[in-house]
Design a protein. Structure first.
Length: 528
């Protein structure tokens, strides 16, 4: 409780007031209450310093709380000075919900109704949760709770105070802890219950509107759909029979990301297609999975600290994952390189980014300390990136220890419309003057045995001008090199006799998921 700010002071009170006052000042500074903030253009700007109103006991804490009706009516409808001035003061505050209600309540006639216990467990890990990873959206470095993981389960068992809530949980980060807590509270599910280790999350649905998708996502989703239709044709083909041949129709119906045992398994694309045997529209769902692109050098070197490397966008340093699941990247994206390390001595490694025609786009050294677990870096590359499959090489003492690849997809859409040739040339021709950075690394090509092929450069120029069906064919060949269509199913009636119903698969977004079903609360207050 940081409310012990007294408007009077005396030597007799010095011992009792000094500690609370210190805590109060720390709270003020950590929350940025003594700073003026304004939100504009999806960014929270810090404008300068300000003074805390005099004669007010400032309090704060969690933005999760319960408020009684009388106090809510008071805050909503009262015109007294306290409410009016506090609303004005907190209109220019970074995190008003973490202090406004607390402060008004403590200084109001309802102060005796306050209970200083939020009845929850919050997973604070300040070592990971205070890394200023949100500087692009706020001029402040605050802290944020982490997601619970299985290693945190003991905290639920050891709590000594009443606890009704806990945060944070994210199934895309870790579903196992949710299952552990569910079993702890309600017991195990019956043996053979389907879907217990699976997780589906919808990232697009037709009612959202295609305008909510980026051109990169729309391009990839269409390519995934075509990949699935080709799989259906080749897997279910019988001589002279068109019953499993399809022609794609329209935009995707829905898109899910799919996890199994806390591992990303790819995308599930629900889409329409015309069955060519009967000329009828069917709705199918395709499961596409990324191919393995990270490889340890062969023969392996004696450098054993590197465990994994990945390229993507939306790196979450707190949860140590890319929020852009699947790493869907286009020519105007700014990719981040991540490496995961095991324990070992301090070492320096060299990371080299090579574009599809073997232009070395960037190279830099990373010092890996003995305790380092993850490193990440976003090289300042000139855009647009040349479409195609890129290679990242990791070297130790100029000997390659591993490499990974990632796709920069050409765009078949611009502003959600089929791309025009002038737009294609703009986005698909690579960076201006063929230079990704002011410094040229061309001298490294012979050293690293990465020759620039004139034929590949010429082909890249021809590809940059493609539109329509030829552009789609180029996109499909690239997507097929790093993604595979694992399976396809039908969501309804189909003329393809060997096509499985989606409800009968273990992977489809339409397959059973009993753990996610919510029924009425039982008389004892339990869900199950």
């Amino acid at each position: 409780n940081y409310c012990s700010l007294l408007s009077t002071w005396s030597p007799q009170l010095q011992v009792t007031v000094l500690c609370p006052l210190t805590h109060w000042l720390q709270f003020i500074r950590k929350q940025g209450l003594d700073r003026l903030f304004l939100e504009c253009d999806t960014h929270m700007w810090r404008l300068g310093d300000r003074k805390i109103p005099e004669g007010i006991a400032v309090d704060g804490g969690s933005d999760w709380f319960l408020l009684n009706r009388k106090f809510v009516e008071y805050v909503t409808f009262s015109n007294d000075d306290l409410v009016t001035k506090m609303k004005r003061f907190y209109s220019y505050t970074l995190l008003p919900a973490e202090s406004f209600f607390h402060t008004v309540l403590e200084n109001s006639p309802y102060c005796d109704s306050m209970v200083d216990n939020n009845l929850r467990i919050t997973n604070w890990n300040r070592k990971l949760g205070c890394k200023c990873q949100y500087k692009h959206i706020v001029d402040w470095c605050g802290c944020s709770p982490n997601d619970f993981k299985p290693a945190d389960f003991h905290r639920f068992q050891q709590t000594a105070r009443p606890t009704f809530f806990a945060r944070k949980f994210e199934a895309v980060v870790n579903q196992e802890i949710i299952g552990q807590l569910d079993y702890y509270l309600y017991g195990n599910y019956p043996s053979g219950t389907p879907g217990l280790r699976s997780y589906w999350e919808n990232v697009y649905d037709e009612p959202d509107g295609v305008h909510t998708l980026s051109d990169v996502a729309l391009t990839m989703y269409h390519a995934f759909s075509r990949l699935g239709l080709r799989r259906a044709e080749t897997s279910f083909h019988t001589t002279g029979d068109n019953s499993c041949r399809y022609y794609p129709m329209g935009h995707p119906v829905s898109v899910h990301i799919y996890f199994l045992a806390d591992r990303f398994q790819g995308f599930l694309i629900k889409h329409h297609a015309t069955n060519l045997a009967v000329s009828k529209l069917e709705t199918l769902e395709t499961w596409v999975m990324p191919k393995k692109v990270f490889k340890i050098a062969s023969p392996p070197s004696d450098f054993g600290r590197l465990q994994f490397s990945e390229i993507g966008t939306e790196w979450d340093a707190k949860e140590r994952l890319f929020r852009n699941f699947g790493g869907l990247l286009g020519p105007t994206d700014e990719p981040v390189g991540m490496q995961k390390w095991g324990k070992g001595p301090n070492v320096t490694v060299t990371v080299i980014w090579v574009d599809p025609v073997n232009v070395i786009a960037a190279t830099y050294d990373i010092l890996i300390e003995s305790s380092a677990e993850y490193t990440h870096y976003k090289p300042p590359l000139n855009l647009p990136l040349r479409p195609g499959v890129w290679t990242i090489k990791i070297l130790h003492h100029w000997v390659q220890v591993a490499e990974t690849k990632f796709l920069v997809t050409p765009l078949t859409f611009s502003n959600r419309q089929p791309i025009k040739q002038e737009e294609a040339l703009k986005y698909h021709s690579g960076p201006p003057k063929n230079a990704y950075m002011e410094q040229s690394f061309q001298g490294l090509n012979p050293v690293l045995n990465i020759p620039i092929s004139a034929a590949r450069v010429d082909q890249a120029k021809r590809n940059a001008a493609l539109v329509g069906a030829r552009l789609e064919a180029w996109v499909d060949s690239l997507v097929g090199s790093v993604w595979s269509a694992v399976d396809i199913c039908s969501t309804g009636p189909t003329a393809c006799p060997v096509m499985q119903a989606c409800t009968q698969t273990a992977w489809s977004s339409l397959s059973p998921d009993p753990k996610s079903e919510l029924g009425p609360v039982k008389p004892d207050g339990r869900l199950r």
